[in-house]
Ligand binder design. Sequence first.
Ligand code: TMP
Length: 209
Amino acid sequence: MAAGPLRFVTFEGGEGAGKSTQIRLLADALRQAGELVELTREPGGTKGAEEIRNLLVEGAAGRWQAESEALLHFAARAEHLAHVIRPALSAGKWVLCDRFADSTLAYQGYGQGLELDWLWTLRRHIVGATEPGLTVILDLPVERGLARAETEQRYERMGVDFHRRLADGFRQLAKTDPTRCRLIDAARDCEAIAGEIAGLIRTRFGVSL
Ligand code: TMP
């Protein structure tokens, strides 16, 4: 029997789009349906990757060369894949991840202007066959998201034009890979968004919530 898509679901979007709320709601719904769930985030998810996260989210907006920044995100991701994501998938768990490699394409590629081909090459090397089975991209007007963002960390201070570029980048990514990526209008109430995500889980994985 051919293997279906990996039960690896990533949540993406700009700042303040509501990813954390929606990922928690999906984790609760899956657990109530009797499924095992690993809920995790990037950058982070392991001790080493959380240390790299601190280097990335704190300090002056211009503290890193864009290339260094992309490599730090991929270094954190390699740790996370080896120590959390792949073992959890092998153990039969769902893995729900708050941000993953599409954030590097959007933030460091479309946002910071790095060559997309180079980022895709790194992605193929680091992620390999562990591409998500489904990527939910929450789309919200940039000003609204920034006003809603809970913290004032490094990326939130990068200016509205940067955030517009990366939001357009996420829309591009959704068009490029419409089987894996789904763009969701995040300007609606929480229940409507959660309902649409439950529908995506049903059509993509055949699991009713
Ligand atoms: P968070 O705010 O969703 O916790 O993510 C931390 C920040 O890191 C967020 O502003 C987006 C940024 N980021 C990148 O720039 N590239 C990446 O590859 C990832 C995973 C996150």
